[in-house]
Design a protein around this ligand. Structure first.
Ligand SMILES: *Cc1c(COP(=O)(O)O)cnc(C)c1O
Length: 384
């Protein structure tokens, strides 16, 4: 079955409901049991809920995995996966990673003796160098946030697999429509479903898919024991959002290409980062391991002041954190999405206040261009 059809007809695995074409919301915490020693398929909604199960089965099929799991946020999904590890374990992590992931690793899981070793995972030699006998996993974000640099998932997963190290991929930016990490050898895929999977900026949620049954059993245990589950109403919203994932991303990606090309040529713009541009250093790799570069762009203006001014001058693009919604959202990573990374580390990674990230929405390109153009040119830094 083609991906677009799967979005509509994936098997929910939860039985028939009078022919209803949308999955019912099972707004229930507990289930009547036939006898004290005979509970049915469900007994308590932390352990399992039919609406959640429909979502979990759907994402598992979309990622071509063994099983899926829904959590109360992307961070809950990430933290639950990190509960696979124990004191003394090390995890090699992409150095260009989401601020919240950096924070939970360096300020919370470090308390339990789990050590994050940050490395430039786009360079496989750096990954090999970071691996020690204590390394239990490699955690990748590709394309990375905010620079959209690309890690070769297959190459890293091969190195990891040879040493019985897990490969975990945060697939939030591309979704299974454009990138399927399990097919490239990864063991676990994570999503902030808050972003493209929801697609409408109205749910906070997280998803995990494992490649194998043993890993699924471990995550299932953690999900029930740790308890950071997603409620049935939010599961339903994600099921609804998923149906239009392909058409949304297809359009957002098309507009992103046009915008990136336009930004790249604009004299007020210092540098544009979009893996779909032939000028991007990872253009070839991106083409090889994905079926598209997605809807995220970053660009640098000439001064931090101009970036701040630009964000004030744009008219209908929203300024905020988050991404993947139907509306275009602009972020200044240094002060917003990546503010939880200490300044020195941020600057080391090139995340200055001149950098702006765009999550391209469903507005028409001509309107976005016009809005950006007037905002860029209101206070030009380039002498005319
Ligand atoms: C937003 C985001 C997260 C965290 O997800 P929440 O749903 O906000 O908890 C993790 N990874 C990436 C790449 C994100 O963009």
């Amino acid at each position: 079955m083609e991906f677009g059809t799967k979005l509509i007809h994936a098997k929910t695995g939860i039985g028939e409901h009078y022919g209803a074409v949308s999955v019912p919301i099972y707004q229930v915490s507990t289930f009547n049991q036939e006898a004290s020693d005979n509970d049915g398929k469900y007994d308590y909604s932390r352990s399992g809920n039919p609406t959640r199960e429909a979502l979990e089965n759907t994402i598992a099929q979309l990622e071509n995995g063994y099983a899926g799991f829904a959590f109360s946020s992307g961070m809950a999904a990430i933290s639950s996966v990190l509960c696979l590890f124990k004191s003394g374990d090390e995890i090699v992590v992409s150095d260009d990673t989401y601020g919240g992931t950096y924070r939970v690793l360096t300020q919370l899981f470090n308390r339990f003796g789990i050590k994050a070793v940050f490395a430039d995972t786009t360079n496989v030699a750096a990954v090999k160098e970071a691996i020690t006998p204590q390394t239990k996993a490699i955690y990748l974000e590709t394309p990375s946030n905010p620079f959209l640099s690309v890690t070769d998932i297959k190459e890293v997963a091969t190195v990891a697999g040879e040493q019985e190290i897990l490969t975990i991929v945060d697939n939030t930016f591309l979704t299974p429509y454009l990138q399927q990490p399990l097919e490239l050898g990864a063991d676990i895929v994570i999503h902030s479903a808050t972003k493209y999977i929801s697609g409408h900026s109205d749910v906070v949620g997280g998803l995990v898919v494992t490649a194998t049954e043993p890993l699924a059993n471990e995550i299932k245990f953690i999900q029930n024991a740790f308890g950071a589950i997603l409620g049935p109403q939010d599961c339903w919203l994600l099921l609804r959002g998923l149906k239009t994932l392909k058409v949304r991303l297809e359009q957002q990606q098309k507009t992103a290409h046009q915008l990136a090309q336009w930004l790249q040529e604009h004299e007020e713009v210092e540098e544009t980062f979009y893996p779909g541009l032939t000028s991007h250093p990872d253009y070839e790799l991106s083409k090889q391991q994905t079926s598209g570069a997605g809807g995220m762009i970053s660009f640098k203006l000439k001064t931090p002041e101009h970036a701040k001014q630009f964000l004030q001058d744009v008219q209908f693009a929203s300024v905020g954190v988050s991404l993947g919604g139907v509306e275009t959202i602009l972020t200044q990573p240094a002060t917003m999405s990546h503010a939880s990374i200490p300044e020195a580390k941020r600057l080391e990674r090139g995340i200055t206040e001149s950098l702006i990230r765009i999550s391209v929405g469903l507005e028409e390109f001509t309107d976005l261009k016009q809005d950006f153009e007037q905002a860029l040119e209101k206070h030009p830094q380039t002498a005319k």
